[in-house]
Design a protein around this ligand. Structure first.
Ligand code: BES
Ligand code: ZN
Ligand code: ZN
Length: 521
């Protein structure tokens, strides 16, 4: 498993004196406007804004006082102010990191604050950081999750895809250790670091799979990397080759691979953490390692981004790794149909009719709507496992990007209980979700003329919902199912999230799927 991290996070029992570190990091937050401010006639009004700082020594307070006085430290979220050579508390430099309004602080606030810290220090030529936990404003957040979120934010922010860049001759000074320091060492703190490190590694692994170009992340390579990564955990990985996929009557999946010289693979990951009587959680992810659109070819501009078309598969693979490494008390199975969608001589042609594993016939009226074709067979197979629920994810439609951009993942389900569960998991993971409509009308639009179904809608608009309605045709009605379209959130998150590279894979959904698996346990 490779992701290029160098930072090691640990937890240390320490006050704010003699920390012996390159940088001491303290939190600031926005001062809440005082209710009693300036009520007395003639009294000097108390400042309504400005930063508050908790739990620091007089020496530290003195160092930052000027910054507080002139409001260059405001305490706003993700504000990072570096005092170089502050020489305070046994640290060379001092960094303040803002949390915004302390009252509305969540674990996501902390994840982002920690990322802001790493981002501010990336070019500061420091090796060690001490982050003062005791300077967090008093809050009701869970201690384990607090440390976990801080760990995740730092390690997620550190990820960079550098596999094909020249290694600099002289190694630059890099952040090597991040010590989360606290005067009182709570039991859960160690666990928070361990879990946070593990989660960040898995998310970064998903990113790394996504960031590899199509020629270096073929279906075969994706399967091999999955097998390699799973080695140190209790995961069983099975990979089906083309002959097996054919024998298993996955005609819809197979039809997408026809135009490619690369063999398709069907990746299966199984984890048994609960009694065998417990129904498994099934995850399904689109593993399209490169999508040129096939015969219905895409325009050249931006086509290179279609190397990210396997991010759904990557999210599912990384979620399974996380579930297994955390030894969750669940049974979980993942399916990743992996293939290229190219326009070689044997490629599927518009109008071709293919038969899915459940016997339904599909007119392929646009070969670029291939994600649904590969997911169809995977969903049928997932249903055969008698799962407790199925969650699938895919970079499925450009329409999703139009609808929600890169802020929210759109999800589709008709199951309100499952939707509640998704919303809770999303609140925990900090990954924004938006429930999208899925109705019988959308399903009607997907009927074929010469076959049971068409792979494109007969109506205009609602392209993400009609795609979801197509997928629904391959899921048994009594199985709770949700589909997550990550076309807009899986890569290039721009300025949206400071712990994601602005360009490149984001690893979205790993944390939400993990939270869902935890809720299912
Ligand atoms: N992989 C694309 C979806 C996509 C587009 C993801 C842009 C991210 C950014 C998918 O296979 C596709 O091409 N879908 C078509 C479907 C259409 C032909 C019905 C689309 O969205 O244009
Ligand atoms: Zn496509
Ligand atoms: Zn695609």
């Amino acid at each position: 498993m490779k992701w290029g991290l160098t930072v090691k996070v640990d937890i240390k029992k320490s006050g704010l004196e003699n920390v012996g570190t390159d940088v001491l990091v303290i939190f600031t937050s926005k001062r809440s406007p005082s209710k009693n401010a300036a009520v007395k006639k003639g009294a000097t009004p108390a400042p309504k804004t400005g930063a508050s700082v908790d739990g620091v020594s007089k020496a530290i307070q003195a160092k930052i006082q000027a910054g507080l006085d002139d409001s260059s430290i405001s305490g706003s979220a993700n504000e990072a102010v570096l005092f170089r050579d502050a020489q305070v508390g046994g640290a060379r430099h001092l960094l303040t990191v803002g949390l915004g309004d302390a009252k509305s602080m969540t674990h996501e606030t902390l994840r982002q604050a920690s990322a802001a810290m790493v981002n501010a220090l990336k070019s500061a030529k420091v090796r060690s950081i001490s982050l003062a936990l005791d300077t967090l404003p008093a809050n009701r957040l869970d201690a384990d999750l607090t440390v976990q979120a801080l760990t995740e934010g730092a390690l997620l922010a550190e990820y960079k895809f550098t596999d094909y860049l020249e290694v600099p001759k002289e190694a630059p000074v890099k952040i090597e250790t991040l010590s989360i320091i606290s005067a009182t060492k709570a039991k859960g703190h160690e666990r928070g670091v361990e879990t946070g490190t593990m989660v960040a590694e898995c998310v970064n692994f998903a990113r790394w799979l996504g960031d590899r170009p199509g020629n270096r992340m073929t279906p075969t390579i994706l399967a091999e990397e999955t097998q390699k990564a799973a080695k140190t955990s209790k995961l069983k990985v099975t990979v089906w080759d083309k002959a097996k996929i054919k024998a298993e009557k996955m005609g819809s999946f197979l039809s997408v691979s026809n135009g490619s010289a690369q063999e398709p693979k069907f990746i299966i990951m199984e984890y048994n953490g609960a009694a065998s009587s417990k129904r498994p959680l099934c995850l399904v992810g689109k593993g399209l390692t490169f999508d040129c659109g096939g015969i219905s070819i895409k325009p050249a501009a931006g086509m290179e981004e279609m190397k990210y078309d396997m991010c759904g598969g990557a999210a599912v693979i990384a979620s399974m790794l996380a579930i297994a490494r955390l030894k969750l008390k669940v049974n979980a199975i993942a399916f990743v149909p992996a293939t290229e969608n190219l326009a070689g001589p044997a490629a599927t042609k518009p109008g071709d009719i293919v038969i899915a594993r459940n016997g339904k016939s599909i007119e392929v009226n646009n070969t670029d709507a291939e994600g649904r074709l590969i997911l169809a067979d995977a969903l049928v197979y997932a249903c055969e496992q008698k799962p407790a629920m199925i969650l699938d994810t895919a970079t499925l439609t450009g329409a999703m990007v139009v609808a929600l951009g890169n802020t929210h993942t759109g999800y589709f389900t008709r199951d309100n209980n499952l939707s509640d569960m998704i919303e809770e998991a999303s609140a925990e993971s900090g990954e924004w979700m938006w429930r999208m409509p899925l109705t019988d009308y959308h399903a009607k639009d997907m009927k074929g003329t010469y076959a049971d179904l068409s792979n494109i809608s007969s109506s205009k608009g609602a392209g993400s919902a009609t795609a979801a309605a197509f997928l629904e045709q391959f899921v048994d009605k009594d199985i709770p199912w949700a589909h997550f379209d990550i076309a807009g959130t899986a890569w290039h998150c721009g300025n949206r999230l400071n712990y994601c590279p602005s360009k490149g894979a984001t690893g979205v959904l790993v944390r939400t799927f993990l939270a869902m698996a935890e809720a299912h346990a």
